[in-house]
Write a protein that binds this ligand. Structure first.
Ligand code: ARG
Length: 309
């Protein structure tokens, strides 16, 4: 698929007074939805009675991979494992900063075994010292890097103790944010990192104290509407310039363009059935530290019919 950038004739005029946004090449880890299904319900989006169209999910996932690669980013693949239907949401598996990996300890037993596969892959390919979190952690689901800062969600999944652990491990300031709406159970479905200093967020997902904290820290933040939050519009991947987001989040796309970003809408709605979207499926390996000479053990894409992409 070629990357479709929204046609917006008025963008150039609207953005004339906005500083140009700069993209930085990224490395991502993704996992094909070979075993994706809604087999249990651990968040309000999930209903095991609603069937998943796995072929459609696979097409949407491949388009997302192609979109990231088309924007110049590297995508490595974590092999899917039978019996772990949520493994497609790699962002929940680890937080990788400065080439060091802090691996998840999932809140629900249904997802617990995913951590072992993340640990093994990260140790083999990226950080031999990768280790699992001591306290419950759902990694980038709740731990979002914004420049030198880590915004950290708690309330449903990630334990507050993990915030201290992450601060100690990476030597970065970690800002605790309290999530209050079960539909927005992870920070990455309530808040979007657009670049090293800019966020978009859905205020009602946060406690009053955390709302005040975010408003104080990010006065330029974009506010996401209830309608866009409800299609997981906050669950985006930004590279500093492009923001890959759910195609249904149209108001957010317009607001991003007005702020000088380039919205890149994609269809990932098959994954809404599990409560996940663009960001959940895209773990970032910071910085892009896989040496180009080294062949990661699992890069080859054998999931597309007809062989490697
Ligand atoms: N069904 C998964 C869960 O409830 C979805 C995870 C989505 N990932 C995310 N980063 N929000 O754990």
């Amino acid at each position: 698929m070629s990357v479709v950038v929204r046609a917006r004739p008025s963008v150039d005029a609207a953005c004339a007074d906005v500083a140009p946004r700069r993209a930085r090449a990224r490395s991502y880890l993704m996992c094909p939805p070979e075993h994706f299904e809604v087999a249990y319900a651990i968040n309000p989006w999930m209903d095991p009675g609603v069937p998943v169209d796995r072929a459609r999910a696979m097409r949407q996932w491949h388009d997302l991979v192609d979109t990231h690669r088309g924007l110049g980013h590297r995508v490595d693949l974590l092999p899917a494992v039978p019996g772990l239907p949520d493994m497609v949401f790699t962002a929940n598996g680890a937080l990788v900063v400065d080439g060091r990996a802090h691996v998840a300890r999932f809140a629900h037993p249904e997802r617990r075994a995913e951590a072992d596969h993340h640990l093994a892959w990260l140790r083999a390919n990226l950080d031999p010292t990768a280790r699992q979190s001591f306290a419950t952690s759902e990694a980038e689901g709740d731990l979002l890097v914004v420049g030198d800062l880590v915004l950290a969600g708690t309330g449903f999944r990630t334990d507050r103790a993990t915030h201290d652990e992450v601060e100690a491990m990476f030597g970065r300031e970690v800002v605790t944010l309290e999530l209050v709406d079960p539909s927005y159970y992870h920070l990455d479905v309530a808040l979007a990192v657009l670049d090293d200093a800019t966020i978009a967020w859905y205020p009602p997902a946060f406690s009053v104290t955390s709302q005040a904290l975010l408003a104080g820290r990010f006065p330029e933040a974009l506010e996401v509407t209830g309608a866009d939050a409800a299609v997981l519009g906050c669950n985006v991947v930004g590279d500093g310039r492009h923001v890959v987001l759910d195609h249904r989040a149209e108001t957010l796309a317009d607001d991003l363009a007005d702020a000088g970003f380039v919205p890149v809408p994609v269809e990932v709605d098959e994954f809404t059935k599990a409560g996940g979207g663009v960001k959940c499926m895209t773990m970032e390996l910071r910085p892009g530290i896989l040496p180009s000479s080294a062949e990661p053990t699992t890069t080859t894409d054998t999931t597309r019919p007809g062989g490697p992409a």
